[in-house]
Design a protein around this ligand. Structure first.
Ligand code: C2O
Ligand code: CU
Length: 495
């Protein structure tokens, strides 16, 4: 299959198997950065803005001389960006014109359970007949359904992606992922870069076959979803091409002024250590994380980004000379290809009122240990049973019918997380704050409200999480998508 990198070894960064592309790749930085199209609402329904998306097979222009078949929201990868506003509800109707069942999850959304995209709440392809063997009692719909989001949450960089039980990895790899950006009045009042200078950047690695198709180690007959049949991928799938918004190692022309870069790691299993090169110290000024704006900016030389994490940074390109090339590099890459992400070509300095104020979100409550009424311990560990790897939480594989964690509605809990390898741990429904890592405090990029924690091998971490309002059945899981598909997921039932 490729080179196994099943490690948590010092200096190593990703758990998985590296797939090599089997055709010549575009020259790095030869392609322009593209920004995913924004979706306009088609109508209002009561208070809600209504959007329509068709999930279908599409053809992406990624490689030179050949198209790449993908599965895309509206046939594109990334899917269209939805921009919504805090407090103003959104309904997204999805039509499934793909050959497989799907599930849509708004990652980072504070969403009632029926609309959260529980892994067995399947949307079957249009025209298919009723029941599905992998339904497991989930709410199964045929053809088209609406997902209703109250958007009862502050400005933040969210994303939506497929979430079908056992098949999230291959579906996202084929292209089912897009941005959902939430804005609010507080953010609007800040002098942050906006418009053409607010760039959502979806970073994802992939590998390609001779004919330009995406390589993924699954058997084609698994794609219709026989329960209990797992393709022979185990530790995570890594590609040798780094895409940003679907383009390999693109270049963006920027003026000599402030830009907001909304970095999203949409890779299945790859972790990045991102850094600008060359760069003055503290060039990456973090203003937001998974759950929204920070109380104040945090400066970084480099940023570690695990799958599903988002970091919002502002970069002032006036700190470089006009004409200079600034590369976004990945210090965790295995080689020259995966060690680079994209390039910025700095233009002339321009006058622009944008800046990073010393105070960002005033609406930020720091949770204390004393707020919690319960502490839980969760161990994320693989088990090797003679050739096959099983990815388990507290020794158990995911089962839709079992309650694993049942917080009381209105309570606050501390979760102590321990992992054997790199496991990006994601909770649905609630954002959390990081209390500790190992024997120390949180690291710089742990600031603010998070929904995904970059759990390191052998380093326990504590998070504190409120279960304030919506009751119901949700999940928490490892966001290495192959670990997730191989059952590293649990039910989070709030009642
Ligand atoms: Cu980004 Cu449970 O997912
Ligand atoms: Cu994992």
């Amino acid at each position: 299959l490729g080179v196994p990198l099943l490690t948590g070894l010092a200096g190593s960064s990703s758990t998985g198997t590296l797939l090599r592309s089997r055709r010549p790749l575009p020259r790095p930085f030869s392609r322009r950065l593209t920004i995913p199209a924004e979706l306009a609402p088609v109508r209002r329904e009561g208070e809600a803005d209504v959007y329509e998306i068709e999930q279908r097979v599409g053809r992406a222009d990624i490689l030179d001389g050949v198209g790449t078949p993908i599965w895309g929201y509206n046939g594109t990868f990334p899917g269209p960006t939805i921009r919504s506003r805090s407090g103003r509800p959104v309904v997204v109707y999805h039509r499934n014109a793909l050959p497989v069942p799907t599930v849509v999850h708004l990652h980072g959304g504070h969403t009632p359970a029926e609309h959260d995209g529980y892994p067995t709440d399947l949307l079957l392809p249009e025209g298919s007949a009723g029941q599905h063997p992998a339904g497991h009692g989930g709410a199964v719909t045929v053809g088209r359904r609406g997902y209703a989001y109250p958007m009862n949450q502050p400005a933040a960089t969210l994303w939506y992606h497929d979430h079908r039980m056992d098949f999230t990895g291959p579906a996202v790899w084929r292209g089912l992922a897009g941005f959902h950006l939430v804005g609010d009045a507080e953010e609007e009042a800040l002098p942050l870069p906006r418009g053409q200078r607010d760039l959502p950047l979806m970073i994802a690695d992939r590998a390609f076959d001779q004919d330009g198709t995406l390589r993924y180690p699954s058997r084609s007959d698994d794609l219709l979803g026989s329960p209990g049949v797992h393709p022979p991928y185990q530790a995570g799938v890594l590609g040798d091409v780094i895409l940003v918004n679907g383009q390999p190692w693109p270049t963006a022309e920027v003026a000599g002024t402030h830009y907001r870069l909304r970095l999203l790691n949409a890779s299945n299993a790859r972790r990045y250590r991102l850094r600008l090169d060359p760069a003055p110290p503290g060039a990456l000024v973090q203003i937001g994380s998974d759950g929204g704006l920070l109380p104040g900016p945090v400066r970084h030389d480099s940023i570690d980004l695990a799958p599903a994490e988002r970091v919002d940074v502002v970069v002032d390109f006036a700190r470089w000379r006009p004409g200079q090339h600034v590369t976004l590099v990945n210090d965790f890459g295995e080689d020259a290809g995966t060690g680079r992400v994209m390039r910025f070509e700095v233009g002339d300095a321009v006058a622009d009122p944008a800046r990073v104020p010393a105070r960002l979100s005033a609406d930020h409550r720091t949770l204390r240990r004393a707020d919690a009424t319960r502490t839980r311990s969760l161990v994320f560990q693989s088990r090797d049973t003679g050739g096959a790897h099983h990815w388990l939480i507290n020794g158990r594989p995911f089962h839709p019918e079992r309650v694993d964690v049942a917080p009381r509605l209105g309570s606050v809990e501390i979760w102590r997380l321990v992992g054997d390898l790199h496991h990006p741990i994601h909770l649905h429904l609630s954002h959390f704050q990081v209390l500790s890592r190992g024997t120390g405090g949180p690291r710089g990029t742990d600031a603010g409200w998070k929904d995904t924690l970059d759990l390191l091998p052998g380093e326990p971490a504590e998070i504190i999480v409120p279960f304030a309002d919506y009751p119901g059945r949700y999940v928490f899981h490892c966001h290495n998508l192959e670990h997730e598909d191989m059952m590293m997921m649990g039910n989070l039932t709030v009642g």
